[in-house]
Design a protein around this ligand. Sequence first.
Ligand code: UD1
Length: 367
Amino acid sequence: MTGRPLIMTVVGARPQFVKAAPVSRALARAGLSEILVHTGQHYDWEMSQAFFEGLSLPAPAVNLEVGSGPHGQQTGRMLSLLESTILERQPQFVLVYGDTNSTLAGALAAAKLYVPVMHVEAGLRSFNRKMPEEVNRVVTDHLAAVNFAPTQLAVSNLQQEGITENVFLVGDVMLDLARETEASLEDRKSSVLGPLGLTPSGYVVATIHRPENTDDPSRWKAILESVRGVAEEVAPVVWPIHPRVRHQLPSDLPATIKLVPPAPYLEMQTLVRFASAVITDSGGLQKEAAFRQTPCVTLRPETEWRELVECGLNVLVEPDRTFVVQAVRAAKWPGGDLPPHLYGNGHAADAISQIIDRRHADARRDP
Ligand code: UD1
């Protein structure tokens, strides 16, 4: 790509690759030029490259290779490198996704250079400022020139903080990808479940990676005991292990807990689609479970996806063996499709691209 791109998309962590994929395709369809900048926050093949390949995401124009580190250090390194990259490439807009340190760094670097920031998945709130993501979201929403909200609740959250201009309720881009890939999951069923010895509806998928859960020794112990309880009393558990917890797992877990490496998008979606329940602390997976009509048990005291709890598709449970076993046993999809008012119609990416196109046209008319 030569010349000045219209959009610089900043990504860095696994969930952002998933969100960027449908939007990148929509931008390309609309003929809007985009370059991807990868901060390098996630760098293991399974956490990064596997997603670019599996989702046919264009290769990043630049990889800043910041790697891991304490939050301030990691975000600071990104900020400094993103500033130079924005100055060099001169995009008209910077597009950021979600709530990771890469999101915050992208938004801050752009805003300081007066480049308008556009935030996809804006307005989410857990109201827990101890979550690093909550801090990242709040700051990013306030810096953004345009906020793309996935839900009505997200729009209301923004309104309550005085953000009312250039807020667009577009639906959830993760639903776009879920719809696009739904038909292919049936074909993958036997190749994904077979080697793990799993049968449809005969297992549970678990993912745990939040520092609030993994870095507090007594909470982590209770989580391990809860997963063990499910595996011993309810059904086998398949658990794709985030690298953050790789070295924290005891060696005496039962064989009915099947530890596997982080799964690429389509494999993970297949596991979720055919599971009897999902146990997670991930934000994205709470929604993906709902998109695949699989009930979800969330090991957190609160969630930014409150509408799922209100509709009875997700329950919040303290990590206690008895409670978690009970919740997984009771978990049941209530029947019917995901209510369409929750996350839109599966065309959020096209809506985003049209709005960007309009703003681009306005900026050309009235520079
Ligand atoms: C980040 C996001 C979180 C998101 C998650 C998705 C922030 C604050 N958090 O959390 O919102 O849900 O990504 O996975 O941005 N590591 C590796 N290889 C990698 C990446 C990480 O080994 O490719 C290990 C390192 O030990 C690292 C730790 O995981 O220190 C945490 O990685 P980091 O990117 O800081 O945060 P995540 O927990 O992945």
